[in-house]
Write a protein that binds this ligand. Structure first.
Ligand SMILES: *Cc1c(COP(=O)(O)O)cnc(C)c1O
Length: 362
């Protein structure tokens, strides 16, 4: 197997030329796992696949967009990049900047960033500024800086980020041979749902698939109930959720996410933190897939909609058994504190063989 990053793999669908210096960590090509145990657990007749983006080099889907954003920044002669981040963008920007040999600064909301993500940004040598404020306030400051100083913005408002991220849809279609019927995805700043929808539309069109073999999926986006501006129809001043990666009160790609929802006849809805944690534990315990809490919003949404009976589970034009994909955006090791809070603590024992055997249950 020849390792390639997403730019090499999908070059003709991306805005790059021979001259673009490709900065890559061989991101993408992440597993699309059939979730047999969760299907059985839920008692469903459709096929569920998990797109495990935690398998990217820095542990989140942000790497797909970052390989594009940093490559283009270097091509354009930029020597420094900056982003506001709930953590994963910072980790990714820091890693790709290190590889490119350019300067990276990140502004994070103080106290609201998971330990794994912070340690990545620090180790890759980024200038990390912890802002007394939330993500939305951090983004505002970063936008002000990029307007006035020679430094490149690598938040998802940078269009190259969306271009890179759309390759996840390409991989799904290459694997399945068609598009899924439903695509469930967490929504924070709403760049990713925008990118997936763009990817599905472009790949269908460019592969010249006929209407019969390419029915686009319904995009099913989920926000945490305490930070659901799109669902509530107005920005949230103090967003709240334990899923820190989607703790966002005023999404940058708000309008585009609504367009993806409407064009695909999908939904953007809420899941509660309790529903998120339940799905988070299910994924780890039943499928061996450890994600960070925000990532589980997709499965939580699927469970909610299945229970409501709102999914059309009839065989579709393309798939005899309806196919559902859930994007799992980031790795569970990003947020070890939440994992330890959610699971049973290890039992501390002395070196007494009998007690150990009893505890194991033999
Ligand atoms: C960034 C991120 C999200 C949210 O993606 P948006 O593009 O901001 O909607 C969800 N989960 C994880 C793990 C993330 O890093």
């Amino acid at each position: 197997m020849i390792y390639k990053g997403i730019i090499e793999r999908y070059r003709k669908y991306l805005p790059v030329t021979e001259k673009t210096p490709i900065v890559s960590l061989f991101e993408g090509n992440t597993p699309l796992l059939r979730a047999h145990n969760i299907e059985k657990h839920m008692g469903v007749k459709f096929r569920i696949y998990l797109k495990f983006e935690g398998a990217n080099p820095t542990g989140s889907f942000k790497d797909r967009g970052m390989t594009m954003a940093i490559s283009k920044a270097v091509e354009e002669g930029s020597k420094a990049v900056i982003c506001a981040s709930t953590g994963n963008t910072a980790a990714s920007a820091a890693a790709y900047s290190a590889r490119a040999g350019i300067k990276c600064s990140v502004i994070i909301p103080d106290g609201s960033i998971a330990l794994g993500k912070l340690s990545q940004a620090m180790m890759h040598g980024a200038k990390v500024i912890a802002l007394k404020g939330n993500f939305d306030e951090a983004l505002k400051i970063v936008l002000e800086i990029t307007k006035n100083y020679p430094i490149t913005l690598v938040n998802s408002l940078n269009p190259y980020r969306i271009e890179g991220q759309k390759t996840a849809s390409f991989e799904i279609m290459d694997f399945l041979g068609c598009s899924p019927d439903y695509h469930f995805i967490p929504v924070g700043n709403a760049g990713n749902i925008t990118a997936y929808w763009k990817g599905y539309k472009e790949y269908c069109a460019k592969k010249k698939l006929t209407h019969h073999t390419c029915v686009l999926p319904h995009m099913m986006g989920f926000q945490a109930s305490g930070s659901a501006p799109i669902v509530r129809g107005k920005p949230i001043k103090n967003p709240k959720t334990l899923a820190t990666a989607i703790k966002i009160g005023n999404p940058a790609s708000w309008k585009k996410a609504e367009a993806a929802r409407d064009e695909s006849k999908g939904v953007i809805d809420i899941v509660t933190d309790a529903e998120i944690v339940k799905a988070y534990k299910l994924l780890a315990a039943l499928e061996g897939v450890f994600v960070e809490p925000a990532s589980a919003a997709s499965l939580a949404g699927l469970i909610k909609y299945f229970k409501k009976g709102s999914l059309n589970c009839q065989p579709s034009t393309v798939n005899s058994q309806p196919v559902i994909v859930c994007t799992l955006t980031g790795h569970g090791l990003k947020d070890p504190d939440r994992a330890i809070k959610s699971a049973t603590r290890p039992k501390v024992l002395g070196q007494d063989m009998k007690k150990i055997i009893k505890e194991i249950g033999l």
